[in-house]
Write a protein that binds this ligand. Structure first.
Ligand code: IMP
Length: 400
């Protein structure tokens, strides 16, 4: 059975959590295949807001099984905390509902400390993601299975030595191992052969949904290097991280109706002043993981065209269009001038609230024109339009 994939098309925070949650209602299995607790997926359910970091957004749909596949990096403390918070708020999360690959690399307190000490130039989330992937690539990482098989303390000692973590106050592998071991034991029942589980689910014709984290422009290879995260956030990451051949019949790119970025690095359409403030407040543009104010700017079609080329989106979910209500004109970058500065097209804004609109034809004309312009420029249909944070504030079909 072909699967569906949802990917961020910008610098993350496009509203993937809501789209995945909505699609998960028609899925049996939801898979995270890259990233770690650096992600922050905000989902609203019956007035309750949940922020998920490592757990697939499908966990909020009781009928789904959820997979943290081998390409993810797992901070065991963060994962256990996330599981506890959800269980306390009434979500059933028995081991059969959540499968964590034993091949996932563990983010240790050493990785977090190193990231917090060195990640400033890039503006990382400080969650230890880069150092963990660094160890992985240098073939000295600590995978969940290895930790459960008795190599925990030995590998922590090696990490302390190789990162010089003694200078960061972390020089006792036995102490760190003693802190991590009980957490890992609690997580052990969730550890599974996720590749086999996924292959079986696909062979049984179950409906499988892959959930990307971050966005195309944060991809380690195809993003705005070095101001990127350390994983493959584009479609290739679904194969390396998921570990299973699968045909993605639906490849949904999630695009926010404007652009935001947290952390440092180039942002050609960035704006400052009252319009940026307007978008930040309207869109609640503060990091879901770190609380940092997000940088805001206009939609950037040349960068989106690049994301389309890399990922081959079959459809786009355009989110947070309601946050543009009240801005006039609305600008869209359509190209670059000879100096590389964005060239803008000015479009008419709209003033009326669209949060209650449930039919495309009921959208204000200028809003429809904005959506239509993006669709034509990118050559990809906008199949879903999110008009507010609520689950029901979604226009378009979720059915395959
Ligand atoms: P890291 O992933 O923590 O190493 O951070 C590297 C860059 O990716 C920084 O600019 C972060 O702000 C950014 N980043 C990481 N995760 C997310 C996310 O989920 N949303 C938006 N930006 C992110």
């Amino acid at each position: 059975m072909p699967a569906t994939i949802v990917l961020g098309a910008q610098w993350g925070d496009e509203g993937k959590g809501k789209v995945v949650d909505a699609l998960a209602s028609a899925s049996d299995v939801v898979v995270r295949f890259q990233g770690g607790a650096n992600a922050g997926h905000t989902v609203q359910h019956a007035g309750v807001t949940s922020i998920l970091h490592l757990l697939p957004s499908g966990v909020l749909q009781p009928h789904t099984r959820n997979v943290i596949a081998s390409g993810c990096v797992v901070d065991p403390f963060a994962l256990l905390e996330e599981i506890r918070t959800l269980v306390e708020s009434g979500t059933e999360l028995a081991p059969g509902r959540l499968l964590v690959s034993g091949r996932c690399h563990l983010v240790t307190p050493i990785h977090r400390a190193v990231d917090q000490a060195t990640g400033g130039a890039v503006g990382t989330t400080g969650r230890g993601i880069g150092p963990c992937h660094g160890d992985r690539i240098l073939r000295r990482g600590l995978r969940i299975r290895d930790a459960l098989d008795g190599f925990l303390e030995e590998r922590l000692a090696a990490q302390i030595a190789s990162w010089g973590a003694g200078s960061l106050g972390l020089d006792e592998p036995a102490l760190l191992a003693a802190q991590m071991a009980p957490v890992l034991e609690t997580l052990a029942p969730y550890v599974a052969d996720t590749e086999a589980a996924l292959a079986e689910a696909l062979a049984r014709d179950e409906r499988v949904l892959y959930e990307g984290a971050q966005g195309a422009l944060l991809d380690i290879d195809h993003g705005t290097y070095p101001f990127v995260t350390s994983s493959s956030t584009t479609i290739g990451g679904a194969f390396t991280g998921g570990g299973v051949w699968v045909t993605f019949e639906r490849r949904i790119g999630v695009v926010k109706a404007y652009t935001t970025r947290v952390g440092n690095g180039p942002f050609p359409t960035e704006i400052e002043g009252p319009t940026a403030e307007f978008l930040r407040e309207r869109g609640r543009e503060y990091g879901a993981t770190t609380g940092r104010p997000r940088r805001c700017g206009w939609l950037d079609l040349p960068l989106l065209a690049q994301a389309v080329r890399t990922n081959g989106y079959t459809e786009i979910a355009l989110t947070k269009i309601d946050c543009l209500t009240g801005l006039d004109p609305v600008r869209v970058a359509t190209g670059r001038d000879p100096d590389g500065a964005p060239v803008y097209r000015e479009m008419e804004g709209w003033g009326s609230d669209i949060g209650e609109v449930r039919d495309w034809d009921d959208l204000p004309r200028a809003c429809r024109e904005y959506v239509g312009f993006i669709e034509t420029a990118l050559g990809v249909p906008i199949a879903l339009l999110s008009t507010g944070p609520g689950r029901d504030q979604l226009l378009g079909s979720l059915e395959p």
